[in-house]
Ligand binder design. Structure first.
Ligand code: S0N
Length: 302
């Protein structure tokens, strides 16, 4: 349907919410869920996470990443959510990577966090990348404006990317003294090929949306004014499809790249399904009833 999405702003609980006297807040991220009237008709909700630092072209700090992690956790755990959208506030940037002003001599530091009186740098964006990668629901990057550095890696980690025609993609690392030797390099090479990945990193050039589409970096390019509507259309199409089929397909596509960690996710989904079967239940029941299990009633498929 072309109906605009109605959004409801949410703040995920934290582990310690029950001990706090004030409600948990989000300061660098906006978290919303679509309002739906009929779960059966609409298939589920869209969760939308917006990096909200437009004055810094949505550069992320350790705090931004922590807030995003809380939102992605909530989107994973909320059974009514079927798809997640990641985007940046405003039209000028999806995300410009790590905030260079909180990068100390040892890396990115969280102003509030100290260990033994010292600020400790931590690469927590890598934890976020893994979280998006392992989230068993499709995650769509909706990209307007600059999508560079660590921000470019975030869009590559998302399952799909819808780009506005003003989007600009690039890795700046070799210019500003950083690099990503994880997914940022290896997954990129799977997406666009070894030669192009080396070009993107070694030259640190910027690519417009059309070039990104030709390279296989994004799924489609739409006029900026249509970005939100097109993203909603893709979400709604996904929401109509089988959540389990989507989950296992994401697991399988990841497993082909992620080795044992990917197989663990695929295996976890298989176990989840097996627990829901009569055959799985028979093993549990037999143990609780202190009898031998009878698996003879279950078919051995060819
Ligand atoms: C995005 C660019 C091209 C936009 O240019 P434009 O439109 O001309 O705007 P500006 O005037 O340049 O910017 C507007 C204001 O925003 C500030 N700003 C922009 N980007 C950043 C940023 N990344 N950090 C801090 N501030 C930023 C500008 O300073 C300006 O502020 P005012 O108005 O006060 O002057 C252009 O802005 C640009 O090139 N930005 C920098 C892009 C960049 O180099 N990003 C960092 C790349 N490195 C990473 O992302 C590290 C990745 C990472 O975290 C990581 C990855 C893997 C493994 C580990 C790690 C890790 O280190 O944790």
């Amino acid at each position: 349907s072309q109906e605009p999405v109605c959004w409801e702003e949410c703040v995920p609980e934290t582990e310690f919410s029950h001990l706090m006297h004030t409600k948990p807040i989000l300061e660098e991220v906006i978290y919303e869920k679509s309002k739906i009237e009929d779960m059966r008709r609409e298939g589920g909700k869209i969760a939308r996470i917006t990096i909200n630092r437009p004055e810094k072209r949505n550069a992320f700090t350790p705090k931004t990443i922590k807030e995003m992690q809380r939102c992605f956790d909530d989107a994973r755990d909320d059974a009514t959510v079927g798809v997640v959208v990641l985007r940046g506030a405003g039209d000028l940037a999806f995300c410009s990577g790590g905030d260079q002003s909180v990068r100390g001599d040892g890396g990115y530091v969280d102003e509030r966090e100290e260990r033994g009186g010292k600020k400790v740098p931590r690469l927590n964006v890598l934890d976020l990348q893994m979280q998006i990668r392992r989230l068993p629901k499709p995650v769509i990057a909706s990209v307007a404006g600059y999508c560079v550095g660590g921000g470019h890696i975030l869009h590559m980690i998302c399952d799909l990317t819808i780009a506005a025609d003003n989007a600009v993609f690039g890795q700046t690392g070799p210019k500003v003294g950083s690099f990503d030797a994880g997914y940022g390099s290896t997954h990129m090479a799977r997406l666009i090929g070894q030669k192009k990945a080396r070009e993107m990193w070694f030259l640190a050039r910027m690519y417009d949306a059309k070039e990104a589409l030709n390279m296989g970096l994004v799924n489609c390019v739409v006029p900026l004014k249509d970005l939100e509507r097109e993203t909603a259309t893709w979400c709604r199409e996904i929401l109509r499809n089988s959540p389990t089929a989507l989950r296992l397909t994401k697991n399988a596509l990841n497993a082909a790249e992620d080795g044992q960690a990917g197989i663990q996710d695929l295996g976890g989904s298989a176990t989840m399904l097996f627990y829901q079967s009569g055959e799985g239940a028979e093993g549990r029941r037999a143990f609780l009833e202190k009898r031998a299990p009878d698996f003879s009633q279950f078919q051995r498929f060819p």
